[in-house]
Design a protein around this ligand. Structure first.
Ligand SMILES: Cc1cc2nc3c(=O)[nH]c(=O)nc-3n(C[C@H](O)[C@H](O)[C@H](O)COP(=O)(O)OP(=O)(O)OC[C@H]3O[C@@H](n4cnc5c(N)ncnc54)[C@H](O)[C@@H]3O)c2cc1C
Length: 296
């Protein structure tokens, strides 16, 4: 195995163009496990550790440009206000040691349906900045996951950053595991309220071959909230609307039975998480409206 150590982003792109089978390594918390278990024996391993701008982020007016290798611990520490859903998801990843090394670029590279960043990215709205010597393109997060542990990257492309929409409303992330920490999701759910566009977005993990959005559930809820004037009057979402939303989220799943849980359990749990996260985010939205009105 040859070890490539590009000193700059340009060198990394050139090396990937020359050796498209080279496996990039960022935190190594997925790659090293695969190599140690002999699931993967790449001809070239390409260390991205010398490229400083991959660990930096920039907060813009509408979105955060998150370098591909920014570790979860830094997201939790520095981007809680801008990216609350992703910060909550980061909290649930493994242990402090893994959170200090692993990041969103690696989660996207692996594209496991159980990766914790995915539901949060889908719910917030994100684009993956992919680059090769041929140029740069932004891949909408919904189009990024193409199959079980497959993604839309071309063999010569690397992920440079992820552009995640800045939160303009409450966001939540919920995960079911077989214990409280150091656990791969049995299933997970992300929800984000976008009051500016009066829309709700979802993200489901570990309950289909890829991370997915529950688009029918979103459409139903968006229409119900609009029709009832809920964004303006701040009323409590009716139990029947919350139940229908939860049922549609469960119906969006296409899970499997495996050692971590049955397909039926996953569908049920997604419904429960959908209802709970809707209640939490909506209560928080109502609270914020009340505070704003009180101050006016
Ligand atoms: C003990 C343990 C517990 C874990 N628990 C969780 C958990 O609870 N939740 C969870 O989601 N994950 C978990 N993981 C998996 C892992 O930590 C995450 O997927 C993490 O986000 C990977 O990030 P990384 O930087 O370490 O990626 P790496 O291992 O360096 O890379 C992962 C993949 O992404 C590719 N890649 C990395 N950077 C780039 C780039 N810039 N461009 C293109 N491709 C790239 C690599 O080639 C590889 O295919 C766990 C892992 C371990 C070992």
């Amino acid at each position: 195995m040859d070890f490539l150590r590009p000193a700059s982003w340009e060198e990394a792109l050139a090396a990937k163009a020359e050796h498209p089978t080279a496996v990039p390594i960022a935190g190594g918390t997925d790659v090293m496990v695969e190599i140690n278990f002999d699931h993967r024996r790449p001809e070239y391993l390409m260390d991205l550790g010398r490229i400083a701008d991959l660990t930096e982020w920039e907060v813009g007016a509408d979105s955060v440009r998150l370098g591909a290798s920014v570790p979860y611990s830094r997201i939790m520490e520095h981007l809680r206000a801008e990216l609350p859903g992703l910060a909550l998801a980061s909290h649930t990843v493994a242990s402090p040691q893994i959170r200090n090394r692993g990041g969103v670029g690696g989660n996207l590279g692996t594209a496991s349906p159980a990766g914790d960043a995915h539901p949060a990215l889908l719910a917030a709205g994100a684009e993956v900045e992919a680059e090769s010597v041929r140029g740069t393109r932004r891949i909408p997060i919904d189009a990024f996951y193409t199959g079980v542990k497959r993604n839309a990257l071309e063999p010569d492309e690397l992920i440079r950053a992820v552009h995640v929409r800045r939160a303009e409303g409450p966001q939540q992330f919920s995960k079911v595991g077989t214990r409280n920490a150091m656990v791969i999701a049995v299933c997970a759910f992300g929800l984000a309220l976008h009051p500016g566009t009066r829309t709700v977005r979802t993200g489901i993990g570990s309950a289909a071959p890829t991370p997915i959005r529950a688009t029918a559930a979103e459409e139903f809820l968006n229409a119900a909230l609009e029709e009832g004037g809920f964004w303006d009057n701040g009323r409590v979402v009716t139990p029947s609307a919350a139940k229908q939303f939860a049922d549609l989220c469960a119906a969006a799943c296409n899970p499997i039975d495996d050692v971590r849980g049955t397909a039926d359990y996953r569908r049920h749990a997604v419904g429960v998480m959908a209802r709970r996260t809707l209640t939490w985010t909506w209560e928080s939205y109502r609270g914020a409206r009340h505070t704003t009105e009180g101050a006016a």
